[in-house]
Ligand binder design. Structure first.
Ligand SMILES: Nc1ncnc2c1ncn2[C@@H]1O[C@H](COP(=O)(O)OP(=O)(O)OP(=O)(O)O)[C@@H](O)[C@H]1O
Length: 364
């Protein structure tokens, strides 16, 4: 078996230019949704991405599955640059259609991703007709019934005849999951796939996804607001938790290390903010100097967390930390991981002066 990752992001960035008004001739604002992210996703791998709203989790996930074109860096599938395949650029070893089929998504709100006028059978037949055109209609139906049974939707023939409005939210999400699995994908992006469900159904849905991940040997990227859900998914699958802050992947590693021994001060904030995980951290106030999240159009210079970080020193304002390797695939972007860094001899940041921002630092 090759050691080549299934999907590899190398220094990937996605910057969105915000539309300016018709008579607005000023430079458009740029949202740095993803900035300088490197990440390898392996076979049967599970990565749960967490972070505050707007930090770039969905954009990073969509970039990893080739739904979002990066504005910098690269994204490869089994060594093939996805966007070169799409543009037919150079020698293409894996056609774009094959890549698209292999990288699937399940959306947050299955209700809006299922056609309300199509019965479950029709919805599930479509991907099989497209990707396995030689399959007979009898075999197709058999496969669909088998999948409905696998996700606990029995009697399957009854469910196959229903419209989306005749299904609960959890059942709709299961249909969306089957639709993705019928493509025989290598990787599924589950974008907040459980947050629309009742709290009581979330663990069941997570268990089902974990079971199917094993059964179908599929890799998953889960996007979640909730660190305890991320922990559940990543620890049951032997995967990793990736923590994002203002477009950057600031820490990634095995769930128990991220939860019990977080190295990045921002990961400690997320843990503090997660009631289920608060037992290890009884502080009443969050471990930040400021609550406000900076504007992603004008992120702070240096380490993006320095404006809120209780550990920030002058060195953090100037340079963006590299990604430091810890044990067991644990990586962190914080100077505190480097015993020899100038950070240790620089002065703690005080809040008396306005903080520098990246755009200030880059403009003359
Ligand atoms: N198509 C787009 N055009 C312009 N800006 C965008 C676009 N998509 C996302 N953004 C911006 O990029 C940033 C990251 O968005 P993204 O949806 O990836 O974050 P997120 O962490 O998934 O957020 P949430 O948890 O709220 O879904 C946000 O500031 C968002 O407004």
């Amino acid at each position: 078996m090759s050691d080549e990752p299934l999907v590899s992001l190398e220094n990937t960035e996605v910057h969105f230019e915000e539309e300016s008004g018709l008579f607005d001739f000023s430079e458009p604002d740029v949202v740095r949704a993803v900035d300088g992210v490197s990440l390898d996703i392996g076979e049967q791998d599970v990565v749960a991405l967490v972070g505050e709203s707007g930090c770039g989790k969905t954009t990073l996930g969509k970039t990893a599955i080739g739904l979002q074109r990066p504005t910098g860096g690269s994204v490869t599938y089994r060594g093939q640059d996805i966007w070169d395949a799409k543009d037919n650029n150079g020698d293409v070893d894996i056609p774009y259609d094959d890549i698209r089929r292999s990288l699937q998504i399940i959306h947050q709100d299955p209700g809006s991703s299922l056609n309300p006028n199509r019965r479950v059978l029709g919805t599930l037949e479509a991907p099989l007709k497209k990707w396995q055109p030689d399959m007979s209609s009898g075999d197709r139906r058999e496969e669909i019934v088998r999948m409905l049974e696998a996700v606990g939707m029995t009697p399957a023939t009854d469910y196959a005849g229903r419209y989306p409005h005749q299904l609960s939210g959890g059942e709709q999400q299961r249909v969306a999951l089957i639709r993705a699995l019928l493509m025989d994908p290598d990787l599924i992006l589950a974008d907040e796939a459980i947050s629309a469900l009742d709290v009581s159904l979330r663990v069941d849905m997570m268990d089902l996804m974990l079971e199917l991940q094993q059964q179908f040997n599929t890799s998953f990227v889960f996007v979640s607001h909730d660190l305890s859900n991320a922990r559940y998914l990543a620890s049951h699958a032997g995967g990793r938790i990736g923590v994002m802050y203002l477009g950057e992947l600031i820490e990634i590693g095995p769930p128990e290390q991220i939860i019990n021994d977080p190295q990045h001060p921002y990961t400690k904030v997320l843990r503090w903010a997660t009631p289920d995980l608060r037992s290890t951290d009884k502080a009443e106030e969050p471990p930040v100097r400021k609550i406000d999240i900076p504007d992603p159009k004008n992120p702070p210079s240096g380490c993006r967390f320095h404006t809120r970080c209780p550990e920030a020193r002058e060195a953090c304002k100037a340079d963006s930390p590299a990604s430091y390797d810890q044990e067991s695939g644990h990586r962190v972007r914080c100077f505190r991981a480097d015993d020899d860094h100038d950070y240790w001899s620089s002065q703690p940041v005080t809040d008396d002066e306005p903080s520098a921002h990246a755009s200030d630092a880059t403009s003359d």
